[in-house]
Design a protein around this ligand. Structure first.
Ligand code: NDP
Length: 317
């Protein structure tokens, strides 16, 4: 472990749209941001192919390209981007206190302010056939990828609000949506369930799970199994959407920052303030509802502005 902790004015943990947008704003405000990228530099968008819904790209852009451009934009104003993972934190509870953050278990930082943009990770079923076909028709984001299956037959797994919302979203675009719910009921709100059951091209299957995703390079079908009867059935589909929840990347903040039952960081009112002074949260790590690149970027901007005001208030004391 290096002996002397490094002093950093603005530390940004995470390099998705929230982290880089926070960096652009922080750098332009002379807050000297340092971004630690985390394990997946660029975040969730680097696993997406085409991004068609981020404003300003009339022809669309592929996810990895967009993230490189966001990084370049942040660097243009002086952001320092470093590969590394925050592995432990010890946040100050005092206004103006320095926040201890350990990187890769061996580098110590002392930050005046910290913006957390560590994102959330989509859960997958873990089937080998599902993992093999990720990016080849298996997706965890209907809003991102649904458009590519326009007029085609797809399936979605899950029975929560996300699955219900995405199933109805897909039903608007696709010819048919087979929805697989593993129990004999859905967890989604009654209103969302009603939307699903009243959409004619959603074929809702209760007590149903995936036995195998079929196809070599791309999804060609699905073998489903009824978990009550053991009966199997194959259907032809070109897209499979997994909507069984997300896990926010907040393990290292447990016990220090307020979070909800699912682990999402709780922010104050419309701001990005966490329960500790000088620690802010932006992007999917504090948003289980919208989870879009553009909303993450929006809260990244807010976090930088909140951090700027915080530092100004500390300096004026
Ligand atoms: P949830 O955790 O609420 O639901 C996950 C769903 O996936 C459940 O039906 C669960 O089944 C199912 N599931 C989990 N693991 C598996 C598995 N291995 N195989 C098959 N099915 C599985 O996650 P959501 O993402 O739907 O929602 C997260 C939160 O965000 C919720 O609080 C939700 O209300 C909220 N939300 C609100 C929205 C809105 O208000 N517009 C929109 C989207 C989300 P089981 O029930 O059997 O455990």
């Amino acid at each position: 472990m290096s002996n002397q902790p490094e002093h950093i004015k603005t530390l940004i943990i995470g390099s998705g749209p929230a982290g880089y947008t926070a960096a652009i704003y922080a750098a332009r405000a002379d807050l000297k941001p340092v971004v630690y990228t985390g394990m997946e530099p660029g975040g969730q968008l680097t696993t997406t192919t085409e991004v068609d819904n981020f404003p300003g790209y009339p022809e669309g852009v592929d996810g990895p390209t967009m993230m490189v451009q966001l990084q370049q934009q942040a660097e243009r104003f002086g952001t320092e981007v470093r590969i590394g993972m925050a592995t432990a934190v010890n946040f100050s509870k005092e206004i103006g206190g320095l926040h201890h953050v350990t990187i890769d278990n061996n580098k110590e930082l002392l930050a005046e302010t910290v913006i957390i943009s560590t994102g959330a990770t989509a859960k997958y079923l873990g089937l080998p056939s599902e993992q093999r076909l990720r990016g080849g028709g298996v997706s965890a984001c209907a809003v991102c990828d649904g458009f590519f299956y326009k007029g085609q037959e797809v399936a979605i797994v899950g029975g929560g609000d996300t699955a219900a919302e995405e199933a109805t979203y897909l039903a608007n675009i696709c010819k048919k949506v087979t929805m697989l719910v593993r129990k004999d009921h859905m967890r989604a709100s009654k209103a969302m369930q009603h939307r699903v059951t009243s959409t004619p091209n959603i074929d809702l299957r209760y007590n149903t799970e995936i036995d195998e995703v079929l196809g070599d390079q791309v999804v060609e079908g699905l073998r489903m199994v009824n978990n009550q009867t053991g009966e199997k059935e194959e259907i032809a589909i070109t897209g499979l959407f997994i909507a069984i929840g997300h896990k926010p990347n907040t393990d290292i903040f447990k016990g220090q920052l307020d979070m909800d039952d699912a682990g999402y960081l709780i922010t104050e009112g419309k701001s990005t303030k966490t329960n500790l002074p000088g620690v802010f949260a932006s992007g999917d790590v504090q948003d289980k509802e919208y989870r879009q690149a553009v909303t993450a970027a929006g809260t990244g901007c807010m976090a930088a502005l909140d951090a700027e005001r915080y530092l100004a208030s500390v300096e004026s004391v």
